[in-house]
Design a protein around this ligand. Structure first.
Ligand code: GDP
Ligand code: MG
Length: 179
């Protein structure tokens, strides 16, 4: 179908401490890749993995270097310019990370104005119910305003993390198919 040759670059964005690396390590540990390609790590911030979504394979490169200060790594500008799709992560226990996600949504719009870029707003740490500072409704409303999908996840409980990856691949395919 040609779909199997598709490579998608998905970038994790969000404030420090919201759980981007925890989400990336779930991706890196995908059992799906057992057959041929182990998750290939380039540095420890980029992971490539072939996953099956709706019965079709997709090769996803997940980039988790948004808040790394490393020399030689991608700058934040490169990071935001080179994605095919974005997971915009905040922590439901940290309102300032929610506000930062909004700011990132605005800079995404500036960097990628011409595209209908797939974005999912991800409210992570939903296991920490007693420390919640951002309601589900606020997350949902924000996503509607910013014209993107929304999901709450818990990397700690491995809850809804795969649906987020699958959702971003589905959005990428929708965009591909309507081109
Ligand atoms: P990053 O700076 O965005 O990469 O965040 P990390 O992945 O390093 O996570 C920051 C801290 O939050 C670590 O102590 C993680 O163990 C913790 N953490 C990440 N995701 C979750 C989650 O879903 N629930 C809980 N309770 N803790 C989490
Ligand atoms: Mg990290």
């Amino acid at each position: 179908t040609g779909g199997s040759s598709r490579r998608f670059r998905v970038v994790l964005l969000g404030a420090r401490g919201v759980g981007k690396s925890a989400i990336a390590s779930i991706f890196a540990g995908a059992a799906d890749s057992m057959d041929s390609d182990e998750c290939e790590l380039y540095g420890d911030e980029v992971c490539e993995q072939t996953i099956t979504v709706d019965g079709e394979k997709a090769t996803v490169t997940l980039v988790d270097n948004w808040d790394s200060e490393d020399e030689g790594g991608l700058s934040q500008d490169q990071c935001i310019q080179t994605g095919d799709a974005y997971l915009l992560v905040y922590s439901i226990t940290d309102r300032s990370s929610f506000l930062q996600a909004s700011e990132l949504r605005i800079s995404l719009r500036q960097h990628r104005p011409a595209h209908h870029t797939p974005i999912i707003l991800v409210g992570n740490k939903c296991d920490l119910v007693r420390r919640r500072e951002v309601s589900v409704t606020e997350g949902r409303v924000c996503a509607a305003v910013f014209d993107c999908k929304f999901i709450e996840t818990s990397a700690a409980m491995q809850h809804n993390v795969w649906p987020a990856f699958h959702g971003i691949v589905q959005q990428l395919r929708l965009r591909r198919d309507t081109k």
